[in-house]
Design a protein around this ligand. Structure first.
Ligand code: COA
Ligand code: MG
Length: 296
């Protein structure tokens, strides 16, 4: 198991425009794992300042319950970033989602800014976490340096629409045009002990399609998915939570492996299937995810 951080479930990460207080309240009422209030592409240019104020108000006045309080800022290096940080950081979000990350230096710069605010307010060092959106060609080719950019980073998020826009690809339902990048993100996340959060499913009314895409992501080892509408929260959080059957099977595998290890046996058969170390590790992952989701 290669997990650098205590696991906090981030099965569904829900965006809403930061200038829309109604949607922020709605998201909280859904019990979604992560509420991500947007300052970037979901907010019109002439509404950025309103959005900053609305988000700061929400952070200061609303009870987010069990939901993580995230803010998606504008890209590091953009004209908006200083104003975003000035408005939002003093209101103490749990973390920042950083769009269009292309190189580690952007995260180093941001982390330094966050450190200054943490120290000034007497908050613990590293308390405000970062989640990096990989959604440009540069971000994909620099995944290794981004993944090891520092302890503040907890997750890599893959953005397929922006990547397609960046490289001139056409999005298709099968998604082969972004499949290399989607794989690269999850592999790098695993290599550096980070969570990996999958693409947005754009069709708001196709729940079967959403479930199928989320299942595929879970099979690839993504730990969650970005969502954009209330209808997507339940199906996505369910898909990224191990089922009762998966949990009881994982327990049997782990228990049987322990007994066999004591007896000096590494590989054995259970229900007609071979079990050895990688199968046991996979079962341990199932149990870790179930624990993170509060199911065991
Ligand atoms: N977060 C919280 N609440 C949301 C929501 C979201 N992302 N999307 C919709 N809702 C709410 C609506 O406000 C509405 O609430 P109400 O019934 O209390 O009035 C309810 O859910 C039903 O919404 P619906 O009418 O089906 O959708 P819509 O047409 O109002 O909105 C979108 C469609 C796409 C504009 C909306 O889903 C949205 O804003 N999504 C997020 C966009 C975003 O943040 N993009 C940037 C990141 S990719
Ligand atoms: Mg985008």
């Amino acid at each position: 198991m290669n997990q650098r951080h205590p696991v906090r479930a981030r099965r569904a990460l829900m965006y809403m425009p930061g200038d829309d207080m109604h949607k922020i309240q709605k998201a909280i009422s859904l019990g979604v794992d992560c509420v991500c209030m947007d300052l970037e592409d979901g907010v019109a240019m002439n509404r950025k300042e309103t959005a900053r104020q609305t988000i700061a108000d929400a952070l200061r006045t609303l009870d987010f319950g069990r939901s993580e309080r995230l803010v998606r800022i504008n890209p590091v290096g953009s004209a908006f970033i200083e104003d975003d940080l000035r408005a939002v950081l003093p209101a103490h979000p749990d973390g920042l989602v950083v769009p269009k990350v292309g190189e580690a230096a952007q995260l180093h710069w941001l982390s330094q800014k966050v450190t200054e605010v943490e120290r000034k307010n007497g908050w613990a060092d590293g308390e405000i976490v970062l989640l990096a959106l990989i959604e440009t060609a540069l971000g994909v080719v620099n995944l290794a340096e981004i993944g090891r950019s520092g302890p503040r980073l907890q997750a890599l998020i893959f953005g397929a629409e922006d990547l397609a826009g960046d490289i001139g690809a056409t999005r298709t339902p099968q998604g082969w045009e972004v499949f290399y990048a989607r794989s690269a993100v999850v592999i790098h996340a695993a290599a550096f002990g980070l969570q990996a959060i999958d693409i947005v499913f754009m069709n708001l009314h196709d729940t079967d399609g959403l479930r199928a895409e989320a299942r595929q992501a879970a099979h690839m080892a993504y730990t969650g998915k970005q969502v954009i509408h209330p209808n997507q929260v339940g199906p996505v959080q369910e898909t990224f939570t191990p089922s009762d059957e998966a949990i009881s099977h994982a327990r049997r595998v782990v228990e049987a492996a322990e007994e066999n290890q004591k007896a000096g046996v590494g590989a054995f058969a259970l229900d007609g299937k071979m079990i050895d170390a990688p199968v046991v590790r996979a079962a341990e992952w199932v149990l870790a995810r179930a624990r993170a989701a509060g199911k065991i």
